[in-house]
Design a protein around this ligand. Sequence first.
Ligand SMILES: [Zn+2]
Length: 486
Amino acid sequence: MSHRIGIIGLMHESNTFIAEQTTLIDFENDLLLRGPSVREKMADSLHEVGGFFAGLQLAGIEAVPIFMARALPYGTISAETADILFERLLDAVAEHAPLDGYLVAPHGATVSANHPDFDGDWLTLLRERIGQTPMIATLDLHANLSARMVAACDAIVGYRTNPHLDQKERGLEAAALMARTVRGEIRPTMAAAFPPLAANIERQASAEPHWKPLQDKQAAQLALPGVLSNSLLYCFPYSDVPQMGSSVVVVTDNDPVLAQKLADELAAEWWQRRDDFAGKMRSVADAMAFVRTHDGPICLLDMGDNVGGGSPGDSTILAHALIETGVKSMVILQDPESVHHAESLGVGHRVTLRMGGKCDRLHGEPIEAIVEVISLHDGKFEETEVRHGGIRSFDQGRTAVVVTDGGLTVMLTTRRTAPFSLRQLTAFGVIPEQFHAIVAKGVHAPTAAYATISKHLIRVNTPGATTADMVTLNHQHRRKPLYPFE
Ligand SMILES: [Zn+2]
C-alpha cells in the first residue's frame, strides 16, 4: 500500500520587543499558500519544506501539500491574524484528511498576542485532529522549545547550522524518518532537556570553536545504536515568553529512557560550558578603532538592527560613526520616503535627504546629507547560492542608490529586507569589494554571503530592538533562573 504524507509549514520569528505587530499582509507579502501552490513554490527550494518534498520523492512516497505560511521576522503576530492562520490551517488539514503522516515546519519562536506558545498550540490542535498518526517536525535553530511542542510531535529535527545552510538537509532527514516510521521500521520517541541558560545571540555561530565540544558529543550520541536524531536549539532571546531559552532534543527508536538520558547529558555539558555562551561585546567605538587600523573590506555586523531578528533595518548608528572615520563605506537603509524623493529627481541629480532613523527612537537619528542619485531600481533580485533562509526570489521594493560627498554610499529600500544575499548589492551595480567598510544588519545570517568578500567580519554591540545585550531587554515572562540573567 502506498503512503500519503501531508506537508505543512507555518513559521515566523516573533520579536516581542518590537511595538508593531505582524499581520496577515506580512504573510501575504512572503508566503501564504494552500494545496498544490505549496508544491509549486517550495518543492525546488533549499528550505526544509523543499527537503520534505525531495525526501518523500526519494522514498517513493506521495507528498500531499496542505498549507504554507511564513512572514519576515518582526513583532508579535496579532490575535486576529493568528486566528485566521489557525482556521485556514485546520480547514486545509480537514480537506486532505485522512493521511498516513504529517511533516510539519514550525519555526519554534513564533508568538502571537493570544498564543505565547504559538507553535505548541497549533501542533497540539493538529495532534487533536490526527490522533495517533505520525507527525514529525523540523525547527529553526533559534527555537524556544516548549513542552507542548515536544508532546505534540513524534520527533523533532532542529537545524544544525547558523547561518542556516542545512535547512533542506534537515527536511530530508525528517522525511527519511517519516518514511521509516510509516513502513514500520522504526518507532520514534523523543525527550527534551532545558538547561537553565540562554545562549547569547553573539555566540550563536555554529562553526565557532566553542560549539565544537557539544557538537562532538552530539555526533557521539548519534553513533549509538537506537539513536535517530539529536538537536541543540540555541534560543531566540527576543521572544519574551516562558519557553525562552536554550534546549536539547533527542529522538530514539522506541527507547524513551535512553532519549531522556542523552538529552540530559547534552544539557549538562552545555550548562557546564555556559560561560562560553555569554556575549563578548564590541562597542561602536571599538569597532571604529578597528576600521581605522585594518584593511578592508570590513563587514560590520549591526547586531542591534538585525533585520532577520525583526528589527526595522533603518538604524543609522554605524553609518554616523563611519562618516566620522571618513572611510569609503556603505549601508542599506529601509526608507521609502527617501526612495521617493530620489525617484522624483532622477539619476544624476543632487538632493538633500534625511535618511533612515525614522521607524522608532531606538536606532539613531536620520543622516541628513546632500547626495547624488547614482541609480534607481525595481528592487527585485534572485539568489541561487546556498544562503541563510533558503530564499531564492527577493523583492525589496523600489530602490535608490545614493552617495554623499563624504563617501558614504546608501542603498535606500522601500521594504525591510534581510541582508542574506550579495545579489542585493551586485544586482544593482554596487560592488562590495570597493568599500573599506560595509554594514550588514544581522549577526550570523549575513555571514554566508558577506564572508566571501570581506577581509574581516566584526560584530558590533549597537543599541536597538535586537541588542545583543539581552540582559537589558527587561523580559517579563521568561523562565527563572536563567543564565546569564541570574
Ligand atoms: Zn533562525
